[in-house]
Unconditional design. Structure first.
Length: 147
C-alpha cells in the first residue's frame, strides 16, 4: 500500500470561504455598509413608520431595529435573491423571513406598500414579494402541508 503525504495548509493563509460574520469588520465599516444599503430616506421612513403597528418587536426578545428589518425586506424585493443571501448588516436572515411572514399574515405589508406611494418601483416590487409569499402559503395549505 502506498502512503501519500498531505500537505498541511499554512496557518497564515486564510481560506477563500469565510463565515458571513467574519465579513463585518469593525463597527465603522459595518455602519458604512449599512448606510450604503439603505433604500429609504428619513422622510420616507417616517411615512412607513406611521403605518406600522404599535410596539414593534414586542413579540421577539430580539425584535431589533424595525428600520433595518424593513430595509432588509426592500433589499429582498429589489434583488429577488434567496432569503439566506440577505447581507449580514440586516441581521439573521431566518428571523427576517419569519417576521416577514408574520407581517404578511397580519396584512401589515399592505399598509407599507401604500405608504411607499412616492416610490412606484419599490411599491410594485414589495407588493409582488408579498403576493408571491401569500400565494406560496395558500398552495402549501391546500396541499395539507401546513396547519
Amino acid at each position: 500500500m502506498k502512503t501519500v503525504e498531505v500537505a498541511r495548509p499554512d496557518a497564515t493563509v486564510r481560506p477563500q470561504w469565510t463565515f458571513r460574520i467574519d465579513d463585518i469588520g469593525d463597527k465603522a465599516t459595518f455602519e458604512a455598509n449599512w448606510r450604503s444599503r439603505q433604500r429609504l430616506s428619513d422622510a420616507q421612513w417616517k411615512k412607513v413608520l406611521s403605518v406600522l403597528p404599535g410596539r414593534i418587536g414586542v413579540r421577539a426578545s430580539n425584535g431589533g431595529n424595525a428600520r433595518r428589518f424593513v430595509e432588509a425586506v426592500l433589499w429582498m424585493a429589489h434583488t429577488r435573491a434567496y432569503w439566506s443571501d440577505i447581507p449580514v448588516e440586516y441581521g439573521a436572515w431566518h428571523a427576517i423571513y419569519i417576521r416577514f411572514g408574520r407581517w404578511a399574515h397580519e396584512d401589515v405589508w399592505g399598509d407599507v406598500v401604500k405608504a411607499l406611494e412616492d416610490q412606484p418601483k419599490t411599491q410594485a416590487l414589495l407588493g409582488a414579494l408579498v403576493e408571491k409569499y401569500q400565494a406560496s402559503y395558500r398552495i402549501q395549505r391546500l396541499r395539507g402541508k401546513m396547519k
